[in-house]
Design a protein around this ligand. Structure first.
Ligand SMILES: Cc1cc2nc3c(=O)[nH]c(=O)nc-3n(C[C@H](O)[C@H](O)[C@H](O)COP(=O)(O)O)c2cc1C
Length: 237
């Protein structure tokens, strides 16, 4: 079946000026598609945020591959506005823990998080203690690249930076889970301390921090329900 496009993509003009290649796409039969979809959902449904990670070492190659997977994310104008900073150094992890706990102490104990926010967090049971930041063998901080800087210092725009980084973060989390690792999506806000502590340039801003490792044996997670399909999907057919 071929659709009769009045305006084919790419246009001959674009094709004359820019390289294109045939799409590498695998087509499955419908039962196979259904099984793959259901299996993938079952696997992702087992993903949980883990707040007690063990100090068991994790090979750096697993982190590198997960970052490669994250970097397959679509991005505004394909500008890939992300930078994954990977920290295994114990001294730097201690500094991150100390600075994160200081910010979180103000959030939780000095009411920078308002009453409503604290109530929403109550069933999760989080507080200002962030020991996992030292236990986890790796911390990965995802920085968003707000704009690009040419070698001569000229600013160049990036587009849809937050959307692009959000998608990359999602793929990163899925890749870690698929590899058999655990993580937590952590935002010890405000996170500006990470730019300075990790020596990042001023065009980058911390987006999310991921402690990564294996779960501590017997770790508990909150009993949470995920919304049923009817509450997250609206069909217009
Ligand atoms: C953008 C974002 C920020 C989050 N920040 C924190 C955080 O700072 N600390 C924390 O313990 N959990 C944090 N979480 C994790 C959520 O609490 C968790 O995803 C949610 O409770 C659902 O649990 P699950 O991940 O196990 O499904 C964050 C999640 C997201 C998406």
């Amino acid at each position: 079946m071929t659709a009769d496009y009045a305006h084919p993509y790419p246009t001959p003009e674009t094709l004359a000026d820019h390289p294109f290649e045939p799409l590498d796409f695998t087509r499955f039969d419908e039962p196979t598609m259904r099984k793959r979809a259901v299996d993938f959902h079952a696997e992702m449904d087992r993903r949980r945020s883990v707040r007690m990670l063990s100090d068991e070492p994790v090979p750096i190659g697993l982190i590198e591959t997960a970052i490669r997977t994250a970097s397959t994310a679509p991005s505004g104008a394909h500008l890939q506005p992300w930078r994954f900073v990977v920290i295994g150094n114990p001294e730097v992890k201690s500094q991150i823990r100390a600075a994160a706990e200081e910010e979180e102490r103000v959030n939780y104990l000095e009411n920078r998080m308002n009453e409503q926010w604290q109530q929403a967090l109550a069933p999760i049971g989080t507080d200002h203690h962030k020991e996992f930041l030292e236990f986890a063998p790796w911390i990965v901080v995802l920085f968003e690249e707000r704009f690009r800087l040419d070698e001569d210092g000229t600013k160049r725009n990036n587009y849809y930076v937050k959307e692009s980084c959000g998608i990359a973060a999602g793929l990163f989390i899925a890749a870690l889970h698929h590899a058999g690792l655990a993580t937590l999506t952590h935002t010890p806000s405000p996170m500006a301390f990470l730019t300075k502590l990790l020596g990042r340039p001023s065009n980058e801003r911390p987006f999310v921090l991921f402690p990564i490792g294996y779960p501590m044996e017997g770790v508990l997670v909150p009993s949470l329900e995920r919304k049923p399909l009817a509450d997250v999907m609206t069909l217009i057919d």
